[in-house]
Design a protein around this ligand. Sequence first.
Ligand code: 0RA
Length: 675
Amino acid sequence: MKSEKENKKKQEGEYTADDITVLKGLDPVRQRPAMYIGDVSTRGLHHLVYEVVDNSIDEALAGFAHNIDVSINKDGSITVIDDGRGIPTGIHAEEKRSALEVVMTVLHAGGKFDKSTYKVSGGLHGVGVSVVNALSEWLEVEVSRDGKLWFQKFKQGNPVEPVKVIGKSEEKKTGTKVTFLPDGTIFKNRTYKFETIAERLRELAFLNPDVVLRIADLRKGEEQEEEFHFKGGLIEFVKYIDSTRPSLLKKSFYAKGQDKDENGRVVEVEVAFQYNDQYNENIFTYVNNINTHEGGTHLIGFRTTLTRTLNSYASKNNIVKENSVQLTGDDFREGLTAVISVKVPEPQFEGQTKTKLGNSEVKGIVEGVVGERLATWLDENPPDAKRIIEKCLRAAEAREAARKARELARRKNALESSTLPGKLADCSIEDPEHCELYIVEGDSAGGSAKQGRDRRFQAILPIKGKILNVEKSRMHKILENEEIRCIFQAIGTGVGEDFSSAKLRYGKIIIMCDADVDGSHIRTLLLTLFFRHMRELIDLGHVYIAQPPLYKVKKGKQEHYAFDDEERDEIIKRLKGEKKKDAEKEEATVEVMEGEEVVVNSSGMAISRFKGLGEMNPEQLWSTTMNPETRTVLQVAVENAADADRTFSILMGDEVEPRRAFIEKNAKYVRNLDV
Ligand code: 0RA
């Protein structure tokens, strides 16, 4: 009950004491976790680790921490250790409790004490370690400071008791150790993936060359460890991204510098790039260690200065011949792999996924730092400069050819969404939000899908076998390809510069391929197409992978479907149990369908393996794979842009050996495809 006085205060718009606790406490985090960490899927689960690591990285950026150790513990919890100053443990005057407890239990309290020492702050949503605490079943902190070892434990964000000294720490040793177990009532799946965390730590190591990051998996049967420390920073990062694409240059370009914004705060800029012999533009941009894949002012600044500086070099040195084509910005970015990392004191994030830098002053600062150094670098490295300009001239010629191809296609009305491909079986309702496009491998599966679907909201586009590998093709070749044109027409958004998500005709684009080697190849070809040329569809969550079952277990009239071996065995076990209970003991009749490989076990169950989608009749396809009430579809997401790019270049590029190594290493994940 609130006092009358308090109620009066409230009416007058003043805050009362409990309003403040409501505002500052961690309850809102537990009520709406997605607002703080994006979602509560495995992505959100891993985000907890990144949030704690980002705090340690902040301590490194402030110049104090040099080593960060992450472990996935035997019980599935996570430990992050750094050798920074240690979270202060003294009593916070205002709060009347330890600073440590405030950092762990108050939203956004991280840098509250001492803003000046924290030049910049990372963390995707900048939410701080208190959010991790709120979403953990338990969390323990150990701080080494002042020769003592301090300890505090929390449950679901609440302190179990105040901070206490539990021992001594070595003289001069300082640091923070955080161990937490995500809360099972919030995260359905609490299993961490070593490789996912390792990818983020690797990325942080490239971006912060002074920090050594390690990861150890201590879970039974999963034991492994890795250390990341790249003294070469961004130059090594660019080499890593392009490790299967030969560089055209003898030496990579690198620049680092800083300037002040209008408030006198320092903005740091670091850029590295090289060119490869392929056609994609690969620019990865970071703000305070966060990947800004919608770009923003730092990217615009870089592109502007790259075009301007290369153009003026080309004309100064008479490399561009008089009658040859005019070079444009696109031409200067064909085969370019670049990493731009800026540190901005108060970043503004915009865009649909809040990963676009908005601070306008950063454009000019990037232009200033890169422009001057690039001009000098070109003068000092004439053979590399010449290779770049020649590559750009070839790109310009190809662009001209592509323009002609596009014009031809446009004249034939081929890319207008008003003409839909003949083999598309469209749905009847028109609201894209409720419509689904199934891209189906093969005409026979396409036929089953057409018969099995709910034609009101499901459209079917059958494609013939292997589509063109876009990784190795320029745009005009891609547009000449019949299958790909059909896909573009059906989706409706246009591609490249013409892309507009407002014209998207289906809210879900579902790739449905056979569960065999050819099927996974076709799926990868389609994902490559979306990743390279319609990336926004993936980022906005429109791209899915259908999950057809692998097995059918049939007993009498009952039919059960299993999506993996484990599920199949569970079904068999359950059916055997039922049989014992079943008084009538009705014998199972075994029916063998054409094209099925059937095994009949001693209990009279027929277990068949589906080799392809085509083996399922329309009803089976509907009930197992297409009915939204019962199906499982995997949403495709990009966890780590640089690594996804590298993966596509390994899988779809020219070199065979890295592809073989990758497939061997990842073979166990093939059913769990995440890009
Ligand atoms: C608040 C103030 C200071 C450091 C930290 C927090 C801090 C937080 C984390 C989280 C993980 N590792 C961390 N290390 C430090 C400043 C401390 C001072 O001025 O001595």
